[in-house]
Design a protein around this ligand. Sequence first.
Ligand SMILES: NC(=O)c1ccc[n+]([C@@H]2O[C@H](COP(=O)([O-])OP(=O)(O)OC[C@H]3O[C@@H](n4cnc5c(N)ncnc54)[C@H](O)[C@@H]3O)[C@@H](O)[C@H]2O)c1
Ligand SMILES: [Fe+2]
Length: 383
Amino acid sequence: MAYRMIWNQTAYFGAGSIEVIPGELARRGFRKAFVVSDQVLVDTGVTGRVTALLDAAQFPYEVFSDVLPNPPIEKVQAGVAAFGAAGADVLIAVGGGSPQDTCKAIGIIVANPEFSDVRSLEGVAPTKNPSVPIIAVPTTAGTASETTINYVITDVERQRKFVCVDPHDIPVLAVVDSEMMASAPRGLKVATGLDALTHAIEGYITRGAWELSDLFHLKAITTIAGSLKAAADGDPEAAERMALGQYVAGMGYSNVGLGLVHAMAHPLGAFYSAPHGVANGVLLAPVMAFNAENSGERYRDIAVAFGVADAATMPLDEVRVAAVEAVAELTRELGNPTTLGEIGAREEDLPALAQAAFDDVCAGGNPREATVTQIEELYRSIL
Ligand SMILES: NC(=O)c1ccc[n+]([C@@H]2O[C@H](COP(=O)([O-])OP(=O)(O)OC[C@H]3O[C@@H](n4cnc5c(N)ncnc54)[C@H](O)[C@@H]3O)[C@@H](O)[C@H]2O)c1
Ligand SMILES: [Fe+2]
């Protein structure tokens, strides 16, 4: 058995750490940057914090801000065309998962033009060349896309969201600066934080989990459980811990996979444009309950990480229930929706949603095998 682990070549952490970007660009010999962001971030001045540093260093760049949440194929193709026209040699992604993922797809297609239809990148794509070098600056805490080998694109025409797994896409440099995340509204901090918690928990119980990935996921669960609420309420120290916690979760799950929560969340993004983190938040506790009997002693560790009293000594069946309840309680306290109806799901769509979740690449990592009918029942139970 060979266990593969892939992480960023270089990563910086800490409030204000974006200041390293001009020096890193110069040191690596780049000449022009193509900044991939979105219009909200441009309008609110978040992207401008990075471009101001480029201006001050007189480093040439162009900004591509035509990215949408649940990023569609068409915006990737527009980005590839704009990159070609710009004559840039490095990509800088400034944004949440959507700009990060759009940027990865652009970088991969520029280096591997035979995949310009985008759809053929689904799953493990046999690309030959590494992406155009990417510097990733996340503005949510978050997807950890800055350190994962994945990106997620939406096929609007076919109502599908698909995951692409490709080590060639990993950013050469990640700059995890909690100040870049500070302007996110509370609801966004809650949703993206629940996404990070889902990565940590699904990564901890996924089929491919092993000693080294456990290290990251356990640390991430403890960090996120202890800081998400305060970070959402605007505490800068908690925000710093969330920035780290979400990244550490990414160091794990990117290498070992996820499970049914992500498989079931992706169709909700494709059908109803549900924000990814909100969808995960609705699904996490119910899917944990579904997986409980296939999780060995791992829910005890989760309960301990959440600070559940007596979790270390409680009988196994009780501690499993306590772990699920701790996650459900946090989700309620944060004010995330707890039913699918709140994000627009409709009874008549459930069979199609269940089939899409069953076919999703993340489903294979789930510790308990689930049939299409069981997935449909799971959706129905929280409609
Ligand atoms: N590549 C991966 O490994 C990976 C992992 C998990 C999720 N994802 C994908 O990432 C996407 C979700 O990303 P996300 O949750 O980070 O959100 P997002 O990038 O879709 O952004 C959502 C909204 O928040 C705004 N926003 C982002 N940062 C902000 C800030 N600092 N201040 C104010 N507004 C801000 C954006 O402008 C946008 O309007 C989904 O498509 C999901 O499938 C990818
Ligand atoms: Fe996610």
